[in-house]
Design a protein around this ligand. Structure first.
Ligand code: PGA
Length: 248
């Protein structure tokens, strides 16, 4: 494997949670922290994006595949630009399930984000039955392939990946560090076949019940470059301790 310049990244996905008070508390907590060796991104619900000051890097939880027009309830990439969003979560398992987002739609959204020079955080991960029947590598490879065949390997130099086993999301059942590492190495291996430099440098986050007390062990795995954090990103102290684990 080539040498790499990967920096750890921790992204907080608030989902449909939080309020104005949490925006204040989170900004205060992050402003007082010294996190020089990693990057932090907050992905709040859309109405709160405009309330953060410029010291906090922002991400969106979703994006429309269209540029503009008659798409009630959707948000365009140009709008995210105006609110200084740098990242967009694409293909989160909750959107794949709740909104029937197919691999093809996810690939289109990734393309939309890249076109606007923002960074997609592309989520992949298997449900519990697929983990149990042992076909999870194929499942994840197919999710990756849908995007690879749409945008091409070169664009992966501008993508962040997140491995999020669905059975570990919001369940308190974290993948063990060894389970996470196994899949992260597999994902990197899928990309090595196409471009070893891009594979070596792509940031791959782990998501699924990351907490202050398990972050360090997960993040110290060779192919785990930080985390996508749901529940624990709603508590500024817990979130900071996860960021500190990535800062080491
Ligand atoms: P969780 O969510 O940390 O609450 O498990 C992770 C995610 O859905 O990104």
């Amino acid at each position: 494997m080539q040498t790499n310049s990967r920096r750890q990244l921790v992204a907080g996905n608030w989902k449909m949670n939080g309020d104005k008070a949490l925006v204040e508390q989170m900004q205060k907590q992050l402003a007082g922290a010294s996190l020089k060796n990693m990057d932090v991104v907050i992905c709040p619900p859309f109405p709160y994006l405009g309330l953060f000051d410029s010291r906090v890097k922002l991400g969106s939880q979703n994006i429309s595949e269209f540029d503009s027009g008659a798409h009630t309830g959707e948000i365009s990439i140009a709008m995210l630009h105006e609110f200084n969003c740098e990242y967009v979560i694409v293909g989160h398992s909750e959107r794949r399930a709740d909104n029937n987002e197919s691999d093809e739609l996810v690939a289109k959204k990734v393309e939309q984000v890249l076109k606007a020079n923002l960074t997609p955080i592309l989520c992949v991960g298997e449900p519990e039955n697929v983990r149990e029947d042992g076909t999870f590598f194929d499942y994840i490879a197919a999710q990756l392939d849908a995007v690879l065949s749409k945008v091409g390997i070169n664009q992966f130099s501008k993508i962040v990946l997140a491995y999020e086993p669905i059975w570990a999301i919001g369940t308190g059942k974290t993948a063990s560090p060894a389970q996470a590492q196994e899949v992260h190495a597999f994902i990197r291996g899928c990309l090595v076949k196409q471009d070893d430099n891009i594979a070596a440098n792509i940031v791959i986050l782990y998501g699924g019940s990351v907490k202050g007390n398990n972050a360090q062990e997960l993040f110290s795995q060779a192919d785990v470059d930080g985390g996508l954090i749901g529940g624990a990103s709603l508590n500024p102290e817990d979130f900071l301790s996860i960021c500190q684990a990535a800062n080491q």
